[in-house]
Design a protein around this ligand. Sequence first.
Ligand code: DQA
Length: 151
Amino acid sequence: MAKKASPARYLVLHGPNLNLLGMRETEIYGTMTLAQLNRELQAFAKTAKIAIRARQSNHEGELIDWLHECRTWASGVVFNPGAYTHYSYALRDAVAAIQVPTVEVHLSDISKREDFRRVSVIKAVCVDQIGGLGADSYVEGLKLLMKRRKK
Ligand code: DQA
């Protein structure tokens, strides 16, 4: 009997302070918790017939380790680096090093907020940057990676 092709697998990586979603600056980030966001992404993954593994860390080194580790299994990464977006050259280097297509995502529109948020040191090594759509930023990031994989 022919073996079923295994689904494409994606890492969804949430950076610092995103564990506090739902209670943190709700006027900016909304009231959805991280668990609810991950459930929504799992529901999308089911309909899209892909697999996702979601992780969150407040620690730069741990995010780097997970980026390195996903080289062995992931077809792509949807990455919200939180405030590391604006200054972490170590995370930028990790994304560049792994050569796994990565989309940078943000819940808020960082281009319309404080000056320091307008700069992303990670964007240039990513396939794209998507922000301002809340949870849909992640969904759009996944869709983009799926489309890219089909080409
Ligand atoms: C964020 C935007 C960052 O500037 C901020 O530090 C975050 C969340 C977003 O998803 O909108 O922690 O990445």
